[in-house]
Ligand binder design. Structure first.
Ligand code: SF4
Length: 193
């Protein structure tokens, strides 16, 4: 993982930098040669240069070891450079998933569009005005567990959104690998204003 064991000597974790500690954690995780690595917010506590080092390391390890890596992150921009696919969750529910380039460039769920609009470094659709949350003052009473999980914050919600949308593959030729759970996948963009 790019650490010099001799140089580290007998230093304890408190004597290592954040980036070094993260690399030690990765070494411990892969020493048994797993096939799958789950990495929860691996770079959230690191500065920009260490973040790039650790992300590059994850990318190298997955290629060299044939390792499947699942990264859980709130930072879309940190995933954009290394992930093949992305699954977007809102309150623990999967709302959109697909190839990362497709999802980030053409988000089909209002929540994904909101995320990409909040991360200028990954926002590719410059002509698309940013999606905004429904203002608190306009929020209708909406039982938490009814219908679409995003409905209380979604400015495109309608009565049909009281039924939970099923996750469906896009029918516009992008293939079955890109799925979205929204009743208005094809029309909500027309109502951005
Ligand atoms: S199903 Fe309705 S509430 Fe949910 S994201 Fe789509 S438009 Fe918004």
């Amino acid at each position: 993982v790019g650490l010099d064991a001799d140089a580290l000597g007998s230093r304890t974790s408190g004597q290592l930098s954040g980036g070094q500690r993260q690399r030690v954690s990765l070494a411990r995780a892969i020493v048994t040669r797993p096939r799958l690595l789950l990495s929860d917010e691996p770079v959230s506590a690191l500065d920009a240069s260490n973040r790039n080092l650790v992300l590059s390391l994850l990318d190298r390890l997955r290629r060299e070891l044939g390792l499947a890596v699942v990264v859980i992150s709130h930072d879309l921009s940190s995933l954009a450079g290394i992930a093949d696919r992305v699954a977007v969750l809102y309150r623990g529910r999967l709302v959109e998933q697909g190839p990362i380039g497709e999802v980030l460039e053409h988000p089909r769920h209002p929540y994904t569009a909101l995320l990409t609009a909040s991360a200028p470094s990954v926002r590719r659709e410059h002509r698309l005005p940013p999606v905004r949350l429904r203002p608190d003052a306009e929020r209708p009473p909406w039982p938490d567990d009814e219908g679409c999980v995003f409905a209380p914050r979604c400015r495109f919600a309608g009565p049909e959104c009281r039924d939970e949308p099923r996750r469906t593959a896009l029918s516009d030729g992008t293939g079955p690998s890109h799925t979205v759970a929204c009743h208005h996948t094809a029309t909500w963009r027309d109502r951005i204003g």
